[in-house]
Design a protein around this ligand. Structure first.
Ligand SMILES: [Zn+2]
Length: 383
């Protein structure tokens, strides 16, 4: 499995980068240049102004101005000269002050508890907290989440640049929860409510999409991948050509309620959804009181259903990787192998020859890491 460090090749970088998608308009040029500089420092580590100019194709004058502003803002600092340099005037390196700021991240994936963390800008978890949800939904859950975020912000030892939240449900680009039935949230402007209460920038996104961001930036995920999250429900986050897909209704990756079998009532009111086969409760039920052989056969059967479901998706998007995020004892064995075999049988060699189907790298911290990327991306233009 490729690690982030291997892929960057330098050992100093901090993760993969999402490609900029929007066309640069003149009025956005300054913000764009600023994010180019921050992006380079984030991924490549301390760099001289001359090397920054070369790497970003900006002029030396533009770089000097930008770096001065970033130093004044406290985001960047001068770090002395590069050791071992012998010829000419030694160039002063500038670097991101990754230890001067922190990020607060919350994972709402689990039904029974919320998990939270204070992270450094490099994605290192400095503080962990969790809180039982005790069946709260709706406004009560928003209030509980507010108290939880307040506790996390108080636990930070450096200024917090923003709060990231990964939540189940359909969530638009402004962090409004359009629909999260399990939470009793319908049309709740969660990012705005939390932002007003905390006085901090707050970013909210779907948990599976957040997981995809975490795997892409910190977990060595490739630029064409789908992360299937398997928990109380089933979801997916998709990155194509280095860009996270949103979809016209912000619901890209909602594969949990695609009909895949002709039996089994689903919480959504329909019959035979993928969630009735692949969610953790469904898989646990399928292997309960079985012999090891029967249990392997049941998991392989669920894997074949997943493979049938994903083959057209993998083909349509020509993905390189499918990552499974969830309990290893259920997913990383007959289920994963059967899913890959099934996708191979049902797709062309041009699609499946390089295809990998592996476990996600970040395990249970994947949503927290992705929530931190939401903040980095929105506040600094770094991802
Ligand atoms: Zn359903």
């Amino acid at each position: 499995m490729a690690t982030t460090t291997e892929r960057n090749g330098t050992g100093r970088g901090l993760g993969a980068r999402l490609r900029a998608t929007s066309k640069v308009l003149p009025e956005h040029a300054r913000a764009h240049n600023r994010s180019l500089v921050l992006q380079h420092l984030f991924h490549e580590g301390p760099t001289s102004r001359a090397d920054l100019a070369r790497a970003t194709s900006l002029t030396r004058v533009t770089i000097s101005d930008l770096v001065s502003v970033l130093i004044t803002e406290g985001l960047v600092e001068e770090l002395g000269t590069r050791p071992g340099q012998r010829v000419g005037k030694p160039a002063i390196l500038v670097g991101l002050r990754t230890d001067a700021y922190q990020i607060v991240a919350v994972d709402l994936t689990e039904y029974g508890r919320m998990r939270g963390a204070v992270l450094s800008l490099t994605g290192e978890i400095m503080v962990r907290r969790q809180l039982d949800i005790d069946g709260r939904t709706g406004d009560e859950l928003v209030d509980l989440l507010t108290r939880f975020v307040r506790r996390l912000v108080a636990a930070a030892i450096h200024p917090v640049i923003g709060v990231g939240v990964g939540s189940p449900g359909i969530i638009d680009l402004d962090g409004r929860v359009v629909e999260a039935p399990n939470r009793g949230w319908y049309d709740v402007p969660l990012a705005e409510i939390l932002g007003d209460r905390m006085g901090l920038p707050v970013h909210v996104a779907n948990d599976a999409n957040t997981a995809a961001l975490g795997e892409f930036t910190y977990g060595g995920g490739s630029s064409g991948m789908l992360v299937v999250t398997v928990g109380a429900g089933v979801g997916a986050g998709i990155v194509v050509d280095g860009v996270r897909l949103h979809g016209q209704g912000d619901a890209a990756g909602e594969i949990g309620h695609v009909t895949v079998v002709d039996h089994g009532e689903c919480a959504c009111g329909r019959v035979g959804c993928l969630e009735t086969v692949l969610s953790v409760p469904a898989l646990r039920r399928a292997i309960a009181d079985r012999t090891p052989e029967d249990s392997d056969a049941a998991l392989a059967s669920a894997g074949r259903v997943l493979g049938v479901t994903l083959a057209p998706v993998v083909s349509a998007l020509n993905l390189t990787e499918v990552l499974l995020s969830g309990p290893r004892d259920l997913l990383d064995g007959p289920l994963r192998e059967a899913a890959l075999d099934t996708i191979r049988q049902r797709t062309m060699p041009a699609i499946n020859s390089g295809l990998q189907l592996r476990m996600a790298a970040l395990d249970e911290d994947v949503v927290l890491a992705g929530a931190a990327v939401l903040v980095l991306s929105a506040q600094l233009g770094v991802s």
